[in-house]
Design a protein around this ligand. Structure first.
Ligand SMILES: [Zn+2]
Length: 126
């Protein structure tokens, strides 16, 4: 079977990229890798992966109906990897009425039980 490119835009085959994390074979070692894999999880509607990678204090009630957005691509603008806290700024593109739109976010990630998890969007880059 031909290898499909990873939807996160890394240019790598999915099996060697976010597929490793979504399948549970590995856990992302950086906030940016986590961000990329969560984008793929949103595309796939992988609720359990999203829960697993969300800080338990911040994780909302998630269900498949919330995941109808047709995500098309992800653009990582910048990321700052810290020891306990990391930031990733990105733009995520989606289709609505046959037109591509985008949302922009600066995301906060924290180390929780030795794993990077998504916490919340931040109003600015600090
Ligand atoms: Zn990927």
């Amino acid at each position: 079977m031909p290898q499909s490119p990873c939807p996160c835009g890394s240019g790598k085959p999915m099996d060697e990229c976010c597929g490793l994390y979504l399948s549970g074979r590995a856990y992302p070692g950086t906030a940016e890798a986590l961000m990329r894999s969560r984008f793929c999880a949103f595309i796939r509607g992988d609720v359990s992966y999203l829960r697993k990678t969300w800080h338990p204090d911040n994780c909302p009630e998630l269900n498949l109906a919330d995941m109808e957005t047709q995500w098309t691509r992800l653009e990582i603008i910048r990321s700052k990897q810290g020891l306990k806290k990391s930031l990733v700024e990105f733009r995520a593109w989606y289709l609505e009425n046959d037109t591509e739109h985008s949302m922009h976010e600066i995301s906060l990630f924290k180390l929780y039980k030795k794993r990077w998890v998504y916490v919340e969007p931040l109003p600015g880059w600090h």
